[in-house]
Design a protein around this ligand. Structure first.
Ligand code: HEM
Ligand code: HEM
Length: 186
């Protein structure tokens, strides 16, 4: 734990370097992959394959990484997730130091979306499945569906930031957040 010298707010490291660097690299590479999607060629294929590697690393990190990177820390059952969604609706959701229950499932959806988009893109370039229109269509649908998830993701981040008066985007950059104080949840 440390203290922010200007505001005298006690903070704690929540997001480790693997989570932070992985996040902004995936976000940047996905943006470039979307922009180059219209041009067929190696540039798009390499830009798309790197996020797949990062997603696989993140999946492994979810089992062996530090506390707040672990899936078991932030994935909750349907009952708890539904209860949290109702609290958000009623403007009484508690602050979570790690991912909140809805955010936790969004993390899974984003990892699956990015992974499946890249996987279908790669399959389309193999001798086995090259030229199948349905696969091309599936790749495009997954790419745009994932973009839809990202829009929801950013909306959720902004909503939580405003509700709990903390800059979550900055926290994903430097890794530190205000320490938990009742009624916060770790
Ligand atoms: C292609 C675009 C994006 C993807 C695929 C993506 C994916 C993810 C994933 C997988 C996580 C979980 C981090 C982890 O535990 O490893 C996450 C968290 C986060 N992302 Fe993104 N993200 C994207 C864009 C953005 C953008 C543009 C912003 C900023 C406006 C943003 C802000 C955040 C923040 C603040 C968190 C932490 C949420 C929390 O405090 O619980 N993301 N994102
Ligand atoms: C995860 C990141 C990726 C994103 C966001 C993405 C996105 C897109 C988009 C938006 C298109 C245009 C689809 C359309 O409107 O017809 C496209 C096409 C394409 N993508 Fe990706 N892609 C990704 C990864 C990959 C990878 C890893 C490969 C191959 C190794 C790949 C191969 C292709 C090919 C060959 C096309 C052109 C298909 C055609 O000729 O119609 N993509 N991609």
């Amino acid at each position: 734990m440390s203290t922010d010298a200007t505001a005298h707010v006690a903070t704690t490291r929540v997001w480790d370097l693997v989570v932070r660097a992985g996040h902004w690299c995936v976000a940047g590479l996905m943006a470039l992959a979307w922009f180059t999607g219209g041009m067929s060629g190696e540039l798009h294929e390499w830009l798309g394959l790197l996020p797949l590697v990062l997603v696989m690393l993140r999946l492994a990190w979810g089992f062996v990484g530090p506390r707040h990177a672990r899936f078991r820390q932030f994935l909750h059952g349907p009952r708890a997730t539904w209860a949290y969604a109702r609290d958000v609706w009623g403007h009484r959701a508690p602050r979570h130091v790690g991912h909140n229950p809805l955010g936790g499932w969004m993390v899974v959806a984003l990892l699956v979306g990015v992974g499946c988009t890249a996987l279908t893109g790669w399959l389309y370039t193999t001798d086995w499945l090259w030229g199948y229109a349905w696969l091309d269509q599936l790749h495009a649908t997954l790419a745009w569906g994932t973009l839809g998830l990202v829009v929801l993701h950013v909306a959720g981040v902004l909503h939580s930031s405003l509700a709990h008066r903390e800059n979550l985007v900055a926290a994903m950059w430097h890794g530190r957040k205000r320490v938990a104080q009742p009624p916060d949840v770790d």
